[in-house]
Design a binder for this molecule. Structure first.
Ligand code: GA4
Length: 328
């Protein structure tokens, strides 16, 4: 992988990042009897938490990871046949349609249609079916976990319908996305100049909930409410969950859609797989009535997921996408 021009890759000063994590990232053990209030606190305070004892089979994670490693090891010209990411397919450095770039290559896939898989058949041949089956199995397992978490959150918020959030992901028309990111090592990047090379620039996720798993190479950072960036230590046996913009709106700002980014590593490859659980395109995204106190007004103008997504694809990664939908 070659970086073409230096200014194309965003760089940030290390002075912005904080080595020690104050208070620690919330850790939720899903095997414990009642993590509801812990989950709600984590979504309110950070919009981010780590889960252990999640029930996603380790063999499934390993199998999909090795397929992904195999794909990214192919020659660039072969991988390019599975591109461009318009928006689904293989992408290299370019993120989204509006000029964002990062030190990564990736696969972006839909979760409810098979149309984008034809791009892989020519490369993988019969193995394309295996890859697709593994992706489907993996998505089913992480979606189940995401729905369990969303149901516990609904209960923790005392919403009558415990499926108020999860039913949007379970819907056949759920507009969810799956992404596999490969951040190659960047040995030539001079660490001594006190700057980090950005793998994936800062942004919030537009959907309801994101479920991330990576190999043991760190790089993910989250932004605290006071604007400081803190590194998230990698843990290949756990999942990291973040609140997306849509869940922030559905809770009328009570849960925070967390700003996050990934910095590249000088010597090792980072591989992450993320499921972005989204609602059906026709779904109206608005605060749940049962969450509103007397006289409480929605902080947001009403919009459908289709409208929000359309607007997101006109934005740059770091833009405040929800800003356009806030009531003044
Ligand atoms: C961020 C979350 C997901 O990775 C993603 C990204 C999407 C893309 O890579 O095509 C976007 C970005 C993400 C938000 C704003 C737009 C769209 C790139 C971009 C500049 C797949 C998604 O759904 O939104």
């Amino acid at each position: 992988m070659v970086v073409h021009s230096k200014p194309a890759i965003e760089q940030l000063s290390n002075a912005n990042s904080c080595a020690a994590l104050l208070g620690g990232i919330p850790l939720i053990d899903l095997s414990k009897p009642d993590p509801k209030s812990q989950l709600v606190r984590a979504c309110e305070d950070f919009g981010f938490f780590k889960v252990i004892n999640h029930g996603v089979p380790a063999h499934l994670i390993r199998a999909l990871e090795s397929e992904a490693v195999r794909f990214f090891s192919l020659p660039p010209s072969v991988k390019a046949q599975a591109g461009p990411p318009d928006p689904f397919g293989y992408g290299d450095k370019k993120i989204g349609p509006n000029g964002d770039v990062g030190w990564l290559e990736y696969l972006l896939l839909t979760t409810n249609s098979h149309s984008d898989y034809h791009k892989f058949s020519s490369i993988f041949g019969h193995a394309a079916d295996k890859f697709r089956c593994l992706v489907n199995e993996y998505i089913a397992a992480v979606k189940k976990m995401a729905c369990e978490i969303l149901e516990m959150l609904a209960e923790g918020l005392r919403i009558d319908d415990r499926e108020a959030f999860s039913k949007l992901l379970m819907d056949e028309q759920s507009d969810s996305v799956f992404r596999v990111n490969h951040y190659p090592p960047c040995p030539d990047f001079p660490e001594s100049n006190g700057r980090d090379l950005i793998g994936f620039g800062e942004h919030t996720d537009p959907q309801i909930i994101s479920v991330l798993r990576s190999n043991n190479i760190s790089g993910l950072q989250i932004s605290l409410k006071d604007g400081r960036w803190i590194p998230v230590p990698a843990d290949q046996n756990s999942f990291f969950i973040n609140v997306g913009d849509s869940l922030q709106v559905m809770t009328n700002g009570r849960f925070k859609s967390v700003k996050h980014r990934v910095v590249a590593n000088g010597s090792k490859s980072r591989l992450s797989m993320i499921y972005f659980g989204g609602p059906p395109l026709s779904e109206t995204i608005a605060p749940l009535a049962s969450l509103m106190q007397d006289e409480e007004d929605s902080l947001y103008k009403e919009f459908t997921w289709f409208e929000y997504k359309k607007s997101a694809y006109k934005s740059k990664l770091a833009d405040n996408r929800l800003g356009l939908f806030e009531k003044i």
